[in-house]
Unconditional design. Structure first.
Length: 185
């Protein structure tokens, strides 16, 4: 079987586990000799979208930029892994159609759970009024309606979530099963 590039798009609230799971999936894929590039929303914003704010229009522009880069990578046989809140369904739908192969992963966790985790201290700042337009607090997050994969991180730990994504990618035949990798190696 010939494996090609695809876009693996992780969406969810801040603190749901998108970055952690996406990095773990990337390591698993690299161990299978897959070409992988991770586009983390925070990193992309720092280097590609630093002039953008957090209005709906600016968020949409940022997500479209990430989607464009991901589509170029996937078109060139690279697995583009995106970890970005990408709060609006309509723009996620747009980026889905930019890529030849697109897999949406909803990293699901309640707002309460994400606030309890608050690894970056952003929820506390948003609740204190020091951050405006914060997704989940004073800006909406539209849950995906039909994601290919759901990782409910309130119930699944990181390893279980990574395994769930890898298993689904094997079932969709986007990546070889580990046994196939060993036999070829």
């Amino acid at each position: 079987m010939n494996y090609s590039g695809f876009t693996l798009w992780f969406t969810g609230l801040s603190g749901a586990g998108k970055t952690t799971i996406s990095k773990g999936v990337a390591l698993e894929l690299k161990a299978r000799s897959c070409l992988v590039e991770v586009l983390d929303g925070d990193v992309v914003r720092t280097h590609l979208s630093q002039e953008l704010g957090f209005s709906k229009q600016d968020r949409d522009i940022n997500v479209r930029r990430i989607g464009f880069v991901a589509s170029i990578l996937s078109r060139n046989q690279i697995i583009a892994i995106v970890a970005a809140i990408s709060p609006y369904r309509d723009v996620r739908k747009e980026v889905r159609y930019m890529s030849q192969n697109f897999v949406e992963v909803y990293v699901k966790a309640s707002l309460q759970t994400c606030e309890q985790r608050d690894v970056k201290g952003l929820y506390a700042l948003a609740r204190a009024g020091k951050i405006e337009n914060f997704t989940g607090i004073d800006s909406p997050y539209e849950e995906p309606l039909n994601p290919e994969i759901i990782c409910d991180t309130q119930y699944l730990n990181i390893r279980e979530s990574i395994n769930k994504v890898i298993q689904a990618l094997e079932e969709y035949k986007y990546i070889p099963k580990m046994r196939q990798v060993i036999e070829k190696g």
